[in-house]
Design a protein around this ligand. Structure first.
Ligand code: NAD
Ligand code: DAU
Length: 339
């Protein structure tokens, strides 16, 4: 039987990187192509142990570069596309929204056109719960697949726009698509601009941890490996045109998350520093994953087991994140905060 080709965009980033490793190991009979522009968030050193595997390929490209992407698809004739590549950080979208539209909206449209041109078997668009907007603190409701889209940040607006384009390519051209909308991920190779890896790396260095506002905003946390398994399931079993929410019922306030990490690392809560709130800061996210559970998905980590595993990973892989926090990222952090 001919080997299937699976294109993963954004496979040098956090979730895409974990997904590439998961797929290279699990599907030896398939060729896994990692396409990534290697922006500040992309890093290939994480793939050292798979780069010599015969089913792994890397292509450096910008998903918004139409001619190059169409030519690549026509040459390789990918069977499946799993689309992670994006600008992903809300704070960066507040200071510089333009690149979010270019990559997340224009880039997705280019990939949809390229996928149509070669009749892919499936296009999975990896989206986010942030497209639904926010829930009230005291609400007992959850985001379902039917919740109206009401994005509040330039990041989530760009993701919602790309979701609508993906939907339209299914409705108009019959492209076999799925959209997944996941809650906050954490785990190995999480870029230290995001709350959990930022807290771990700063606490380990006895540096202050900036908590926005009063720290009462709520996020619903999922270990990245459970997200990878969900996407794999949707890739193979998802009903064309359907949206699947991904989340593990792990709602925590930001303050709870930060205090848990500080406690597990045996440090003092004096490291917490309350800073100016994020503009348009969404209050609460919470996912109802019933539809995906009915497809057969179940998370393997609780927040407690996942956060301990993650902290251990950061302790064991200091070299990886120390290189990042000492580079260009440091300038971004210093501009962002005046601690
Ligand atoms: P990330 O920022 O860690 O990685 C993004 C990757 O995309 C990087 O490797 C970067 O180099 C690449 N990239 C950026 N612009 C590109 C371009 N123009 N062409 C090609 N590659 C480009 O992001 P992440 O946290 O791993 O998120 C991956 C996807 O999952 C995103 O689409 C995001 O919206 C979605 N998502 C993230 C979370 C989360 O908690 N991190 C939750 C739900 C959904
Ligand atoms: O919900 C899914 C989304 O989760 C993804 O779509 C995004 O790509 C991903 O970045 C993430 O967005 P958040 O804005 O929720 O993640 P972040 O880690 O930036 O922030 C988590 C919470 O912590 C949020 O309420 C803001 C707060 N925060 C964040 C940082 C970086 C702080 O209090 N201090 C900080 O320094």
């Amino acid at each position: 039987m001919e080997r299937k080709k699976i294109l993963v965009t954004g496979g040098a980033g956090f979730i895409g990187g974990n997904f590439v490793q998961y797929m290279v190991d699990k599907y030896r009979q398939c060729d896994i192509y990692n396409l990534d522009l290697l922006t500040y968030a992309g890093d290939l050193t994480k793939h050292k142990h798979i780069e010599t595997k015969e089913n792994y390929y890397f292509v450096k490209a910008d998903i918004a570069e139409r001619e190059k992407i169409i030519a690549l698809f026509e040459k390789e004739k990918f069977d499946y596309v799993v689309h992670f590549a994006a600008e992903s950080h809300v704070d960066r979208s507040i200071t510089d929204p333009g690149v979010f539209v270019q990559t997340n909206v224009v880039g997705t449209q280019v990939l949809l056109d390229a996928s149509r041109a070669v009749d892919v078997t499936k296009f999975v668009h990896v989206s986010t719960d942030e497209v639904y907007g926010e829930l009230d603190f005291d609400a007992t409701t959850f985001f379902t697949e039917e919740t109206p889209l009401q994005p509040n940040s330039p990041y989530s607006a760009s993701k919602a726009s790309s979701d609508l384009l993906v939907r339209s390519y299914h409705e108009t051209y019959g492209l076999p698509v799925n959209i997944t909308r996941c809650s906050n991920n954490y785990g190995p190779y999480h870029f230290p601009e995001k709350l959990i890896p930022l807290t771990i790396s700063r606490v380990l260095k006895d540096q202050k941890v900036p908590v926005y506002g009063d720290g009462k905003n709520i996020r619903d946390w999922l270990h990245v490996i459970d997200h990878c398994a969900a996407i794999d399931l949707v890739l193979h079993e998802g009903v064309n045109g359907e949206v699947y929410n991904v989340g593990g019922h792990n709602e925590r306030t930001n303050l709870e998350v930060v205090k848990t990490i500080i406690k597990l690392l045996g440090k003092a809560e004096e490291l917490i520093e309350f800073v100016k709130d994020r503009l348009g800061h969404d209050k609460r996210y919470a996912i109802d994953p019933t539809k995906l559970e009915n497809l057969g998905w179940k998370p393997s980590y609780t927040f407690e087991t996942g956060i301990s595993q993650t902290i251990q990973w950061y302790l064991d892989n200091k070299e990886w994140w120390e290189k990042i926090i000492s580079g260009e990222y440091q300038n971004y952090f210093e501009k962002q905060y005046t601690l």
